[in-house]
Design a protein around this ligand. Structure first.
Ligand code: NZQ
Ligand code: ZN
Length: 385
């Protein structure tokens, strides 16, 4: 196992009717900005519950944070916080709203051009406003981690940042608020969480037994829960399981002491920046192709994955690996997701611009061995056609 430090300060409040607990989670004197997406939290009553729980506190709202939140929009929230001297941020939404809130929290006290936060991937962040979240979409794990992804529309750049200062103080996870999710977003959540686990698990063996078994447990739970959550929107247990699995998939626990990949995410971010494809769908395109192209360097873990997650024990090593990759693809497709570029009307002509973007963003040595060069990314994209 590799050396590591593990620190996660986010308090989780989980379960039905837990939004009312908000009152005890932030100071009575807080001047609060509620950050929202495009209207779902207003429409399904979550915002009303939040405002009731906040009682007499000074509260303002900022709506309109888009899926794949934009720097341009978030900077308007930064101005509102600075102008009205607000001191506590409350994200009510999915990963986009929570990520956006993290950026605003870091940008408000930042001296200089806040875009440099993204260019340095958060290394220049010295402080941030305190914030919490009310999660409405299980997927990203943003509710219990310190990362965020922000897009600058004008230059089609989608970049990730993280900082010790951008963990939520708390996150409230009430699975019933997810009942109104469209099926497409439920599927996105299942696949995003699945790939988060894979990026931290399917690398090379380092004898990290419990991390491996936690990861395998999360993957198997997703394979079981994903179809239930999709088929039965108001099945509390399915939604509750999905919510907690997605949180555990990216809160640092399974990634401690093990090598990590993240190349699927980095290539996927460019697909979203250039073509607007949902984050999870970019992962469904890239991952099966990436596993196929990189099967030699991932051989040990692919065999373990085949056996322990998909129960594939028969056949030659190559056959077992092939079946595990095919099962992964079939799972994504069962969740209603295209796994080829062609499913999104993209052909070979789409590849050059993606590789150019990867180069522009310094993504030239990705993966657990830093051996996913631009040439390898190109091969992965060609395999995904
Ligand atoms: O905008 P509203 O109206 O709120 O609607 C949203 C949005 O259209 C809707 N929605 C959310 N909760 C709902 C709901 N609709 C009905 N009922 C509800 N309860 O769902 C749509 C998608 O929301 P979004 O927040 O964009 O989805 P998601 O949670 O999948 O977040 C995706 C973003 O997170 C980033 C992605 O890159 C992408 O920008 N990621 C963040 C990570 C992190 N912070 O650790 C890791 C991930 O790998 C990912 O990169
Ligand atoms: Zn993701």
């Amino acid at each position: 196992m590799q050396n590591f430090e593990f620190h996660n300060p986010t308090r989780i409040v989980f379960g039905q009717q837990t939004i009312g607990k908000l009152a005890g989670l932030l100071p009575e004197s807080a001047r609060v900005l509620i950050l929202l997406g495009g209207g779902s939290a207003r429409a399904n009553g979550t915002l009303d519950e939040v405002k009731t729980a906040l009682g007499q506190r000074h509260v303002q709202e900022f709506s309109g944070i888009e899926p794949n939140p934009s720097f341009e929009t978030l900077m308007r929230a930064v101005e509102q916080v600075r102008r009205d001297k607000l001191d506590f941020l409350l994200a009510v939404g999915g990963g986009s709203v929570i990520d956006g809130t993290k950026f605003v929290a870091a940008a408000v006290p930042f001296e200089g051009d806040p875009w440099t936060i993204m260019e340095t991937h958060g290394r220049n962040v010295r402080s941030a406003l305190p914030f919490g979240s009310i999660l409405t979409l299980p997927a990203t794990g943003s509710e219990m981690n310190n990362g965020g992804v922000v897009t600058r529309r004008s230059i089609q750049a989608k970049l990730a940042f993280s900082s010790a200062h951008t963990f939520p103080q708390f996150s409230i996870l009430d699975p019933t608020v997810t009942y109104t999710l469209p099926p497409r977003q439920v599927a996105n959540g299942v696949v995003d969480a699945f790939v988060h686990v894979v990026e931290q698990y399917l690398t090379y063996p380092v004898h990290a037994r419990v991390q491996d078994r936690f990861a395998e447990g999360l993957l198997q739970s997703l394979i079981e829960t994903g179809p239930e959550a999709l088929a039965r929107p108001e099945d509390y247990d399915a939604r509750a399981n999905l919510m907690w699995i997605a949180t555990l998939a990216l809160n640092g626990l399974i990634g401690a002491g093990v090598p990590q990949d993240w190349s699927t995410h980095m290539i996927g971010h460019e697909l979203t920046a250039l073509h607007g494809i949902d984050h999870a769908r970019t992962l469904a395109i890239v991952l099966p192709a990436s596993l196929r192209v990189r099967r030699e360097s991932k051989r040990g873990k692919l065999l373990q994955y085949a056996e322990r997650v998909w129960h594939v024990t028969e056949g030659s090593e190559d056959e077992r690996i092939e079946r595990a990759i095919a099962s992964t693809r079939a799972f994504f497709e069962d969740m209603g997701m295209g796994t080829r570029l062609a499913d999104y009307q993209l052909g070979a002509e789409a590849i050059d611009p993606i590789v150019t973007q990867l180069e522009a963003h310094g993504m030239t040595g990705l993966g657990e061995h830093r051996d996913v060069t631009l040439a390898t990314s190109r091969r992965i994209l060609e395999t995904a056609l």
